[in-house]
Design a protein around this ligand. Structure first.
Ligand SMILES: Nc1nc2c(ncn2[C@@H]2O[C@H](COP(=O)(O)OP(=O)(O)OP(=O)(O)O)[C@@H](O)[C@H]2O)c(=O)[nH]1
Length: 387
């Protein structure tokens, strides 16, 4: 293979997820039929005996639709995905195929985590493709129930860089608002908007740079403010009052749904005393969600060595449960902000813009994951602050 390409020469990849029937194909079909001047290779993954989506998608000379064999892209056909990406690379390099970007439509049951990791683990893939973002569609009509019952659906929300809510036409404003609130609680980092029968501008789902460290600066600083309506402090969840099992699950890559569900309903609102918790909506309590987020903020600088050691440790222990984490870090002795982000155990950091003389130096970190023990993280991070 040729030498590695620079970031802007790399082929951007969008992972499109959403639970069964959420509206992924509807959205893709719309995108592929509309003129946008972009050549897109679509990798389709269906979970079922027959391939139907392929026939539903309109194909013209601008799109290349590649179907992965049956099974789910996040587990059984992950090897297929790698082979397909490498094959696409070869055909792209030889000029046989002409495309500028790739969209992978996962099955409704897929956990986006392992799919994302594919882009960091194999060198020939990592140097050629740039994972742009995970875009997740949530069905307004069935979303609440699906999130209550399906751990994969929760992960799809937790991993998302952008969330589109479909089928708003089928619910009341109040139902839509409740779902939106719940999603914000689960993943305050992703922007959310409604999409009617897939009618969205391609720009809304591409070039999001969700995996680019620089976009950490896009974390809305207001979102971190205590008085922001969507503030993540609703998740300042005191685990000492909740009977969550904070040990991590090992079924990330599997589709044993019977096993997966065992973790869904073990939060007992009756024993949870956090006043920020809304246990009152008509569905099951929002905090039944295994996926949640919290923010760590400090105006004190981190001791770089201690922080590195701590993060290395928590990532080892909680990696399987850490879906996404990002932050802007204020480090002692470094005149630039450090940008930090990761997916599961894959963690990266790089220097960002220098701090300005009159700027208040501060750290903001967002952790999104499954049943993360916020106290352990918060206390550990506090101990990494320079004395
Ligand atoms: N009312 C309404 N229906 C929608 C909307 N978006 C999609 N649908 C319908 O929802 C159904 C499922 O949509 P699909 O696009 O096939 O969903 P999918 O996520 O690809 O489904 P799977 O491939 O089975 O996971 C179809 O009948 C769509 O027409 C919407 O905004 N409003």
């Amino acid at each position: 293979m040729n030498s590695p390409r620079s970031l802007d020469q790399m082929v951007p990849v969008t992972i499109l997820t959403g639970f069964l029937g959420a509206g992924k194909t509807t959205l893709l079909k719309r995108i592929l039929t509309e003129y946008h001047g972009k050549r897109i290779a679509v990798i389709e993954n269906e979970f079922g005996p027959e391939s139907i989506d392929n026939d539903l998608l309109v194909q013209d000379q601008d799109e290349e639709i590649i179907e992965l064999s049956n099974g789910c892209v996040c587990c059984t056909v992950r090897g297929d995905l790698m082979r397909t990406l490498l094959d696409l690379r070869k055909r792209h390099e030889s000029g046989e195929l002409n495309f500028e970007r790739v969209i992978i439509e996962t099955t409704g049951m897929a956990n986006p985590g392992p799919v994302c990791q594919t882009f960091f683990m194999d060198d020939d893939i990592a140097e050629y493709y740039r994972l742009d973002a995970v875009v997740t569609i949530v069905d307004a009509k069935h979303g609440m129930e699906t999130l209550d019952e399906q751990e994969e659906a929760q992960k799809q929300v937790g991993f998302a860089d952008r969330i589109l809510i479909s089928k708003k036409d089928l619910v009341t404003e109040a139902e839509y608002a409740a779902l939106r609130r719940r999603i914000v609680h689960m993943n305050p980092r992703a922007s959310i908007e409604a999409v009617n029968f897939g009618d969205t501008d391609l720009k809304k789902i591409i070039d999001i740079s969700g995996f680019n460290l620089n976009t950490i600066l896009d974390i809305d600083p207001q979102f971190l403010a205590d008085d922001h309506p969507d503030a993540a402090h609703d998740h300042d969840h005191d685990h000492s009052h909740c009977d969550h099992d904070h040990g991590h699950c090992d079924h990330d890559h599997g589709h044993d749904h019977a096993h997966g569900h065992a973790h869904d309903h073990d939060h007992d609102p009756a024993t949870c005393t956090n006043p920020d918790h809304n246990h009152g909506h008509s569905h099951k309590p929002a905090h039944n969600d295994n996926i949640g987020a919290f923010v760590f903020k400090s105006d004190k600088p981190f001791d770089p060595e201690r922080l590195e050691e701590f993060l290395g440790g928590v990532v080892q222990v909680y990696g399987p449960d850490l879906l996404r984490y990002k932050g802007i870090l204020y480090m002692k002795g470094i005149n630039k902000r450090m940008l930090f982000q990761g997916v599961h155990m894959l963690m990266g950091a790089e220097p960002g813009k220098p701090w300005l003389a009159n700027e208040k130096k501060t750290t903001k970190m967002v952790f999104i994951g499954r049943k993360l023990p916020q106290e352990i993280f918060t206390k550990g991070l506090e101990q990494c602050l320079a004395k």
